[in-house]
Design a protein around this ligand. Structure first.
Ligand SMILES: [Zn+2]
Ligand SMILES: [Zn+2]
Length: 305
């Protein structure tokens, strides 16, 4: 994944929440916060929301996923994009005909500004419970970066929040008849979490997996092969890869939609290829690439510069 250049980073500016709020009292306001990073504006380009399959909907921006899973008893929303993505995600939920206030649970793949940045605003606007991996919960509670993160020094700040509950590995998140399983798949960060659920449209069912980022990106000086900040990083990657490979998986989603060629597939579906989003064994293919990238990274760490 691209990591935005950080020349003008470390600035998250609360711009106009009061101005937006002044325009009306309902529906609940969603704060507008703008992150200064190269690439953020492109990530945050609007995207029309669309149905992925059955009760599973894409409500993210063009470059950052947010996934809505719906039920008659309430909904689950996974990931909040950048801080400035929150109003777009809220608008997409509403454009599909759903109420943001019916989102009962917010989940997060990993606690970086491009996937957790909008969660605080979405939590306030929806009243949903945020359920997080314990490491991510600590980070969001402190509202600061943590040195275990391989990207610690590259980290952009974003609004923090208090998680309602901490998840455990294989936890089942339930809202109405929804059952979304949390899988701890760390490495990219110690708190990396993937999610799986089954979604049916009539008799056509999909095993959906939202696989967290598996990219071994780090700041200068961090070595995945040997470090004291996050000594279990390779074991976490391996456990996560093994878990993802083991899951039934024929509709694969990811925090960065480009990682699973989502919009290329969507274009094919729009052109009439009904099953373009479906790929048997999609997670195995995804993990093969992830393993290759990690091996390349470890090789480069052994190569003297
Ligand atoms: Zn990340
Ligand atoms: Zn990312």
């Amino acid at each position: 994944m691209r990591t935005p250049s950080l020349a003008a980073a470390f600035l998250a500016v609360l711009l106009t929440s009061s101005a937006l709020n002044a325009q009306g009292t309902s529906p609940p306001p969603v704060d507008l916060v703008v992150t200064r990073c190269d690439g953020c504006a492109e990530w945050n380009e609007p995207q029309r929301p669309f149905r992925l399959h059955g009760n599973t909907w894409y409500v993210g921006t063009r470059g950052l996923s947010a996934i809505l899973v719906t039920s008659s008893a309430g909904h689950v929303l996974i990931d909040g994009g950048l801080p400035e993505s929150a109003p777009l995600i809220a608008a997409s939920v509403r454009a599909l005909g759903f109420r943001l206030e019916d989102v009962k649970v917010l989940l997060n793949s990993h606690a970086h500004y491009d996937h957790a940045g909008g969660l605080a605003a979405l939590q306030r606007a929806s009243g949903a419970d945020v359920l997080l991996h314990p490491w991510s919960a600590r980070l969001l509670r402190l509202g600061t970066s943590l040195p275990e993160d391989p990207q610690y020094g590259l980290y952009l700040p974003f609004p923090g929040l208090q998680a309602r509950r901490e998840l455990s590995d294989r936890d089942v998140v339930r809202v109405g008849d929804l059952a979304i399983i949390a899988h701890f798949t760390g490495g990219h960060t110690p708190g990396g979490t993937s999610f799986s659920w089954r979604s049916c449209e009539g008799t056509e069912c999909r095993d959906v997996v939202y696989a967290d980022s598996q990219t071994p990106i780090a700041e200068d000086g961090f070595r995945f092969s040997s470090n004291t900040r996050y000594p279990t990083v390779l074991a976490d990657f391996e456990r996560g890869h093994a878990r993802l490979e083991s899951l039934p998986c024929d509709l694969l989603l990811a925090p960065h939609p480009g990682a699973v060629q989502l919009f290329e597939r969507l274009a094919r579906r729009d052109a009439g290829e009904a099953n373009a989003l479906r790929e048997p064994n999609a997670c195995r293919t995804f993990v093969r690439t992830a393993r290759e990238r990690l091996a390349q990274r470890l090789t480069s760490e052994r190569t003297p510069k």
